[in-house]
Ligand binder design. Structure first.
Ligand SMILES: Nc1ncnc2c1ncn2[C@@H]1O[C@H](COP(=O)(O)OP(=O)(O)OP(=O)(O)O)[C@@H](O)[C@H]1O
Length: 251
């Protein structure tokens, strides 16, 4: 079995009486896409925030590459190679594609906006940014205004930001949201390649995408993981069908 790069152990988080994370443990292994699914309000975003560092768990730990990162900030975790993409994010629409990669990479690693101009002159950094754009297929658009990109291209641009920081693992929150069928298909192929570079913990509502992409699926309901396994395990699990997939079948 491949090594785990990310391990979440017995995470608890309550908002008042509501247990949004009720003893969650999971891991992310090299080379895989591990999808986290569950109904609205199950606690997926709350978990991702605790893994990324934006929200402090009441109890439990997050280890990244064997190191306890539970007390580290988002920027500190990003610098270690834990990349979060597709949060409602901050692409500057009036900036060019390349400027956004630089801006995003500086910002995610905890740099202030005043580091933006120096970074635009840093040839090594620019080479990494340009390389990242080539990797996501946006090199021809590097001088295009970001506002002119399609929805799917903006998603790819966000991945380019993360790639510039040479990530060791990705946390992705609903990358397929708002994409048409064609865009989803393209992004599915892209993520399938990307996981070879760094494994992906993927929160996604699009079940077709999850079933096409995931190596493993964990199902979260009311803050607890009720099942974890391969696509086939999850598809055929009666508890999952009742708690979650039943909704889809009925639709
Ligand atoms: N900051 C907060 N304060 C109070 N309650 C919160 C807070 N953040 C989340 N919650 C609650 O915690 C529960 C889990 O929310 P969360 O957003 O993690 O679910 P989710 O699985 O990501 O849902 P969705 O699929 O709709 O995005 C919900 O009942 C939500 O209302």
């Amino acid at each position: 079995m491949p090594d785990s790069i990310l391990t979440v152990t017995d995470i608890h988080k309550s908002f008042g009486a509501l247990k949004a994370s009720d003893g969650i443990s999971l891991d992310l292994r090299e080379g895989e896409i591990h999808a986290l699914i569950g109904p609205n309000g199950a606690g997926k975003s709350t978990l991702i925030k605790q893994i990324a560092g934006g929200l402090k768990p009441d109890m439990g730990s997050v280890h990244f590459e064997g190191r306890d990162v539970t007390a580290l900030s988002v920027a500190q975790r990003a610098r270690l190679g834990l990349a979060r993409t597709f949060q409602i994010s901050a692409l500057a629409m009036d900036f060019t594609v390349l400027e956004n990669v630089v801006l995003g990479a500086v910002g995610q690693s905890g740099g202030a906006f005043r580091f933006f101009k120096p970074a635009m002159k840093d040839t090594a950094f620019l080479a990494r940014a340009t390389d990242a754009l080539a990797r996501v297929g946006l090199d021809a658009a590097r001088d295009t205004k970001t506002a002119e990109l399609s929805h799917g291209q903006r998603r790819q641009l966000e991945v380019a930001v993360a790639l510039t920081l040479t990530p060791k693992a990705f946390l992705m929150d609903e990358p397929m949201a708002g994409m048409g069928a064609e865009g989803s298909k393209e992004l599915t192929g892209f993520l399938n390649d990307l996981k070879q570079e760094a494994p992906i913990l993927l929160v996604e509502h699009d079940m077709d995408a999850v079933f096409a992409l995931a190596d493993r699926i964990s199902v979260l309901v009311y803050g607890k993981i009720i099942a974890s396994g391969s696509v086939e395990d999850i598809r055929s699990n009666p508890e999952v069908r009742t708690a979650y997939l039943g909704e889809e079948d009925a639709a």
